[in-house]
Design a binder for this molecule. Sequence first.
Ligand code: NAD
Length: 501
Amino acid sequence: MNTTNIREKFSTLRIENRPFINGVHVKPANGRMLEKTCPADGTIIPSIYICDREDVEQAVRHAAKAFQLGHWSQKSSAEKKVILFELARLLEEEIATLAYLDTLETGRPFGNFQKDSIPKAIGALRWFTESIDKLYEHYISNARSSLSFITHEPLGVVGIITPWNDPLVIALWKITPALLMGNSVIVKPAEQSSFSTLRLAALAKQAGIPDGVLNVLTGPGEETGKAIALHPEIRGIFFTGSSEVGKLMLGYSGQSNMKKVALECGGKSAFIVSEKCDQLKTAAQTLAKNMFYNQGQICSAPSRLFVQSSVREAFLDELARELEAYVPSNPFEPSTKVGAIVSEEQYTRIQHFIRLGVDSGLNAISPGLRHEQSDGNGYYIAPTVFTDVPEQSPLATEEIFGPILVTTEFETMPEAIQLANSSKYGLAASIWSASLDEALTCAKALEAGIVHVNSYGEDDMSVPFGGIKESGLGKDKSLFAFDEYSNLKTTWIKLRTDEKQ
Ligand code: NAD
């Protein structure tokens, strides 16, 4: 399929943009809409509805009723598995359509959604579903006269708020364990990427999820998201997005009912290259791939490079050679690796940082844009590396969420660790060194939710994902995720041991 074919193939697709409440797509009574354009070329695409407090109220009412009825919350693990595996099958049948919807809204390459992101999202759904009847609750024999059980109990109605950069992966990392724990769910996808989550909800109903158990409300964060996070009957809010909004979530919880909060937020992850690294080329390839993939719009992108002075020149030469492969182009072209920036707002913000670097006299390495991108109506920015960036520069301290890498050289490993840990974020980090002692000493000292040694971005569903410091609270993925979507309950039983047996 070439670009024209992909556009043509889906030109007659009727895109469902109505919120999904109690098992049906409904138009909100206020009828207000948010207009949208495709970031790849500026064409107008369907608007989304703005759900207000009334819509949130309605969704919570249905979700709470569904929870009480128990048609989902009381189902056995075996019954839940049948339904969620059917959902995975239905999603698989629609991978191309879902990929089209996500590309249309985000500008990320169609091929990437089709071959990588959406299969990964379905893989997460299957992984969690497969694990649910392998989880054992705890039993403790406290004393001869007592014993207790520690069990996972559903929270009730929970809210899930997601970002735009990987819509279905992040949605299913959260929705699946929330459902498997027996909760009723209200999801608010990012306003930039709502269509695939709306389709997911319709397919969930087709698979057998009872009405009211999975609801999707669309709209801007400040209105729809805030009304969900402040709702007094919602018992948990599970958020992925910026640290700025993550902090608001903690406030909303405090202002309402002290609901449980888990946050996956921003990052400014460190990539440390020691002079003991014996694979500079592989390290440079890994850095470029993880940094410039999705135009740098990845929370865990290694956006700060620290390289030891004796290998600085050699490493930057290797890195410069890699950049050409990440020049963005039309995301509907099947061979495209890197597409457009998600929105004009994000584009303007990234350009501001580039100007800041240039105006500060920093050296920049960049292959530039190809003619067709720079002339078009979409939002395209070439991969850019600023060298010798001062520690206090906003380029080094702020999450840019675009294809901008900042580099700083260091003399000793303690200095590199101090620089890496000076960030307010703590999502991911990486150390490249052939010395096991050096690599592991550094890994132990780095403040991050995940530290990669001689690698980056490699993981699977079995390990947790989540940051520390201002990168968040709580974990996605792995069996630990189930703890987020449930309450641990203790049942203490006193035995009458004096009774004659
Ligand atoms: P964002 O914080 O602007 O928005 C995230 C979600 O929150 C959206 O659905 C938005 O509508 C909603 N929202 C915004 N303001 C709100 C408010 N006042 N009340 C309630 N909801 C509100 O983030 P974004 O621009 O969509 O995504 C980019 C950010 O997400 C980056 O900071 C990135 O690092 C982070 N992110 C983190 C992870 C992770 O796992 N740690 C993964 C992906 C993205």
